[in-house]
Design a protein around this ligand. Sequence first.
Ligand SMILES: NC(=O)c1ccc[n+]([C@@H]2O[C@H](COP(=O)([O-])OP(=O)(O)OC[C@H]3O[C@@H](n4cnc5c(N)ncnc54)[C@H](OP(=O)(O)O)[C@@H]3O)[C@@H](O)[C@H]2O)c1
Length: 352
Amino acid sequence: MKKTKISIIGSTGYSGKELIKILLNHQMVEIVHLISSTYAGKKLCEVFPEFLNQSDKKLEDINLELITQDSDLIFTALPHTVSMDLIPKLLNQRLKVIDLSADYRLKDPLIYHEWYEIKHKDIDRKFLSIAVYGLPEIYREEIKQAHLVANPGCYPTSIILGLAPLLKNRIVEGENVIIDSKSGTTGAGRNLSFGLHFSECNENFKAYKVIGHNHIPEIEQELSNIYYLGNQDQKKLKISFTPHLLPINRGILSTCYLNLKNLQVKENEIFEIYKDFFRGEHFIRVFKPTDLPEIKFVTGTNYCDIGFKIDERVGKIKVISVIDNLIKGAAGQAVQNMNLMFNFPETTGLIL
Ligand SMILES: NC(=O)c1ccc[n+]([C@@H]2O[C@H](COP(=O)([O-])OP(=O)(O)OC[C@H]3O[C@@H](n4cnc5c(N)ncnc54)[C@H](OP(=O)(O)O)[C@@H]3O)[C@@H](O)[C@H]2O)c1
């Protein structure tokens, strides 16, 4: 069987490394180039000894001609702004790209400018208009046809999947949506940063970017599409979002508070709505109202576990959604998207 040829740019970052792990166990693909500006020339297993006996591959400096000619699909696991410099040079009639950064997630380049404090390079939307938001449970058919997939952010993945059934079925109001999320430290990437030192994070728990986290416009864009059925002229749904840093390596738990429209609705009716919405979805596990998801249930997996409780006293529903930020929140979801784009069974390589 002819294998699909894959390259990864940004292969030594946390998400890039996770992609390598998954793809080395994926029967339908072959890794042809692993690009690293820092470690070019070294073997993968010299930089990360955990790959000993698994891969002898050398990390390479980027050579655009070679990588575009040799690959069927390129994953870009780069910081935002770096991706948008590169992707227009990679895409062609044949080659497909899955970008793990935020650069092609927001449809409006002016909103990107506002939240990322840098002008988007694609102001005429040549590439933004073809980019598909890579959340398979919502955009499966579009992803199958896509040449450029914007892989969702980690917080947005947990939140959008947790809230989509309630918003789509208009069980809740679109106003006063409050979201409180907690992430492990790998969510911030591998770059050195004072606030992420062991002694700063260990035995500690803190909120950060309490106002203005740059995942907010992505969450609002997607929740608005679901609630207002894609009608962009409609009012935008707004959220109040507070992220927190957990003293663990990986995992996200989001707690979302929404006002119920009908105060008579019962938990078992909502459970049926969730089951119905996610019917046939391998990677979504909806918990009975008697149980709640925990981060450790999903660590190292591509699952998103969702639970909820109705708080009758105040007329609210509380939704709790957990993912592994590096798998369903990044590399696993990217491979799920690849499987769709190349018509492989969707779970290939992801039953971890
Ligand atoms: N971490 C998560 O949980 C997560 C979840 C969802 C999405 N994402 C997104 O996925 C992308 C990658 O995230 P990550 O956490 O894997 O990041 P990371 O650990 O910081 O890795 C990014 C890699 O990109 C390479 N790179 C190339 N040019 C660079 C430049 N100008 N500045 C810095 N690095 C450069 C670096 O590898 P070399 O030096 O070897 O080239 C670096 O290791 C980001 O856009 C991030 O927002 C991350």
